[in-house]
Design a protein around this ligand. Sequence first.
Ligand code: ATP
Length: 252
Amino acid sequence: MSFFSVDNLSINFGGIKAVDGVTFDVNKGEVFTIIGPNGAGKTTIFNLVSRIYQSTGGKLTFDGTDITNVPPHRIAALGIARTFQNIELFEHATLLQNLLLARHAHKKSNFFSELMFLPSVRRMELEHREAVEKAIDFLDLQQYRDSFIVNLPYGVRKVTELARALCTDPKLLLLDEPSSGLNVEETEDMAFWIQDIRNLLGITVLMVEHDMSLVSAVSDRVLALNYGRPLAMGTPGEVQSHPEVIRAYLGG
Ligand code: ATP
């Protein structure tokens, strides 16, 4: 059985079929990337997986569980984390505070039972701190730990988004255009981080990306979409040279 599967997924917005019968499987430990021209339905698939949108048809299965109808907070608790195309961090909090907030929000527990068991609260707090510090160290963010997000370069903020997702202990990481806004050098660094996340932490990655150098560097398999429908699936090389994909990108 595959680790994560999308079966005949669809959603309409008014008359627009934004996602129209999309099917794919992601294997454990794989980096699987969705590409496609603007408006192809890539981000909508992420919003369906993280259950921000309710599909009009199809099925989502994660780690043996049918997640088609589970609410968004349960999705996160099951181990699916995501980053956003436009960075969503608290700008007037420090990097450390952003990560601690994310970790607390993710692992929230019952306040009254916590009051009754103060030693376990302390233990939990230590665990949260440890997970956050681990993510900071892993992504080499120590020097920015106590800086306010608003004062950090854009490239560092993008890596901070990765750290925020990592400190929630995900099994599946959804990366929405990790290279957007980055220069060539920062995009190369991003490729290294994604490879490390998969190779050293064993986290499965589902990514949406435009930059084909990043796609080729990190992806095991690629799905190309156009107008919400699958065009081609295979290795990065196979998909890039597929005639339908070339036609979609050239607008022919
Ligand atoms: P881009 O590369 O530009 O981010 P994309 O492939 O991620 O594009 P989506 O954002 O998924 O594309 O959009 C797919 C289609 O669905 C577009 O036609 C878009 O206008 C439409 N769409 C997406 N979200 C909504 C919404 N909430 N309401 C109405 N239409 C929507």
